[in-house]
Design a protein around this ligand. Structure first.
Ligand code: CP
Length: 307
């Protein structure tokens, strides 16, 4: 593949190749070989129109570990504030020799537009409420590393599904890889037709307590207050009472089940500190795995099959 814009871009074989390559990258990192020469002479541009901690830094670390040159662009402090368009910004970066553009943008679909304008590869690092495919890949990697498989896993994705690009990409990718996803949350935060529209076989539940005893993975989503008006939202206290994962709820999970969160977390709202910091939580591992997975994505787009 040339671009990674959506979880739907990946068939099972390609997704598995990325996860296997990421595992090799992690082994290299484990041997404390800090850098591979694979992308020497290639340039990766991180084009961020929205704030990010994990995604931006891990793409930068991934590109540098593969010996690529990295240009970090953030809209704040650039000529975007003078009104320059995404297209003109992209063409400017291309003129400086970008082989890959990693883009985060508040508008759903922006990476797809970008892919029509630049010659290099485009990687979607999160577009509006639409998709975040490398997050889904690192989540799948983490599940496989902890539980040994993806096919047949039962995964509950819980909370603000309506605004979650993480949920959409996870439903698409996990379904492709044979896991069963149940979307859980208040009716106002789950679009009516989302499950069937994204992937047949995806379930919806409004009752977290009835779902927990039957899952291998519970993935809590951040409540995205910045994308809501108050009509969507009950109240922080009511939300936490019905859909927050606290200690007593965590103990309803099967013994082997893991707790995930893409970050950043609202501690005390969708997840308590007791759960986030418990041995079942993979939240820190997800961040670590994100570097290996993004190394694999950049390697396969720029240095591997595509050359
Ligand atoms: N999970 C995630 O995308 O986090 P950032 O917004 O910090 O990149």
């Amino acid at each position: 593949i040339k671009h990674l814009l959506s979880g739907a871009d990946l068939d099972a074989a390609t997704a598995t190749e990325i996860l296997d390559t990421a595992a090799e990258m992690a082994t290299v990192a484990g041997r404390e070989i800090k850098k591979l020469p694979a992308l020497r002479g290639r340039t990766v541009v991180n084009l961020f129109y929205e704030d990010s901690t994990r995604t931006r830094i891990s793409f930068e670390a991934a590109a540098k570990r593969l010996s690529a040159d990295v240009i970090n662009f953030s809209a704040k402090g650039s000529s975007v504030t003078k009104g320059e368009s995404l297209k003109d910004t992209a063409l400017t970066l291309q003129a400086m020799g970008a082989d890959a553009v990693v883009v985060r943008h508040p508008a759903s679909g922006a990476p797809h537009r970008l892919a029509n304008w630049v010659d290099g590869s485009v990687v979607n690092a999160g577009d509006g409420t639409h998709e975040h495919p490398t997050q889904a890949l690192l989540d799948a990697y983490t599940m496989r590393a902890r539980l040994g498989r993806l096919a047949g896993l039962s995964v509950a994705v819980v909370g603000d599904v309506l605004h979650s690009r993480v949920a959409r990409s996870n439903v698409l990718l996990l379904s492709t890889l044979g896991a069963k996803v149940t979307l859980v949350g208040p009716p106002t935060l789950i679009p009516v037709d989302i499950a069937g529209a994204l992937a047949p076989g995806t379930d919806v539940s409004y009752d977290l307590d009835s779902v927990l005893p039957n899952v291998d993975v519970v993935m809590m989503l951040r409540v995205q207050r910045e994308r809501m008006n108050d009509s969507y939202f009950p109240s922080a206290r009511e939300y936490a009472r019905r859909y927050g994962l606290d200690g007593p709820r965590m103990r309803r999970l099967p013994e082997h089940a893991i707790v995930m969160h893409p970050g950043p977390m609202n501690r005390g709202m969708e997840i308590t500190a007791e759960v986030a910091d418990s041995p079942r939580s993979t939240i820190v591992e997800q961040v670590t795995n994100g570097v290996s997975v993004r190394m694999a994505v950049l390697y396969l787009l720029l240095g591997g099959n595509n050359r």
